[in-house]
Design a protein around this ligand. Structure first.
Ligand code: SAM
Length: 296
């Protein structure tokens, strides 16, 4: 079929307008995804600079129909596209991993702000998911080694694959991941002995599993194990503090993403464990990241 780009974006926008506030920006994202895939366009500006006429392949039309049908059911665009951009890279995503969020960039940037790029460091991530955090940290610090834990086998596969894509062959020597059992965040001492880590970083599951508490934008198509801590709302913060007493060096750092509603409570947990704490706010001026230093 032959179509003018502006007619196509208007058609998409009208179809999803009833269910989505952001129909205009979504329609551009959908167009960009399809034109990148079927016409090899690389940048949004390559597509939207001039209002051109295109001859659309049948596969393009079929995929567009499929995306529109699924979008009306609120199925996330990122799972439909199978990727999401985060900081410097494109990451594969599927329904076994949380969709990377822009606010998690703050968490990674907090790590960057604490150590110069040439530092030789050893870090640990709790809850690897799609691998965005470990991957961006490994990419930024060429002399750094990362360990990561994950409870979901499917997520671990996606995370490792993404890290392999970003740091390539070095993965084998610079990155190690470990599957853990539910109820633990780190393998028992008999499986893995680690001491003197420089930092622990985590965007743990932290939402209360109650419809009134699930923030706007949280998709119920995402894995529950990535969203809701079954063991109790502050389980991960409690466990990370306790783990850091054992394996973090004195003066080491803990960086965690937090729910703004419970920031004071979580800050208190770190203060009581003798950490010094600073809190970073997100773009909506809500407490989002705790950076905590273990006292010497
Ligand atoms: C909020 S998601 C974060 C994923 C990714 N790091 C990110 O920032 O997008 C939390 C992750 O922790 C994992 N997880 C849940 N329970 C865990 C546990 N006990 N130990 C380690 N990881 C766990 C989930 O499977 C999920 O991948």
């Amino acid at each position: 079929m032959t179509t003018r780009l502006s007619d196509l974006t208007n058609r998409i926008q009208n179809e999803i307008a009833l269910s989505h506030h952001s129909a205009e920006s979504e329609s551009r994202l959908i167009c960009f995804h399809l034109f990148r895939k079927y016409f090899g366009l690389q940048k949004m500006s390559d597509l939207f600079g001039v209002d051109r006429i295109f001859q659309l392949p049948i596969a393009f039309e079929n995929e567009l129909d499929f995306i529109l049908r699924e979008r009306k059911k609120n199925y996330p665009l990122q799972y439909l596209f199978s990727y999401q951009f985060f900081l410097n890279h494109e990451y594969e995503v599927n329904p076994s991993v949380l969709i990377p969020r822009p606010e998690t960039e703050l968490l990674v940037k907090e790590v960057f702000a604490h150590y110069p790029a040439k530092s030789s460091l050893c870090g640990l991530e709790i809850g690897l998911g799609s691998g965005i955090i470990s991957s961006e940290i490994l990419f930024h610090y060429p002399n750094l080694k990362m360990l990561a834990t994950e409870v979901s086998t499917e997520a671990l596969i996606v995370g490792e694959k993404n890290i392999y894509k970003v740091i390539g062959k070095e993965k084998a020597t610079r990155f190690q991941s470990h599957l853990v059992k539910k109820g633990e965040i780190f393998p028992s001492k008999t499986t893995l002995e680690v001491y003197g880590l420089d930092f622990i970083v985590s965007n743990p599951p932290y939402l209360l599993n109650h419809p009134s508490e699930v923030e706007e934008g949280v998709s119920l198509f995402e894995p529950k194990v990535a969203l809701f801590p079954e063991e109790g709302v502050n389980f991960f913060y409690k466990e990370i503090i306790s783990l850091s007493q054992k394996i973090l060096k004195d003066g080491g750092m803990v960086f965690v993403e937090i729910p703004h509603e419970r920031s004071k409570e979580i800050e208190r947990m770190f203060l009581d464990a003798d950490f010094s704490v600073s809190i970073t706010k997100d773009l909506s001026a809500r407490d989002r990241v705790i950076s905590a230093k273990k006292r010497k």
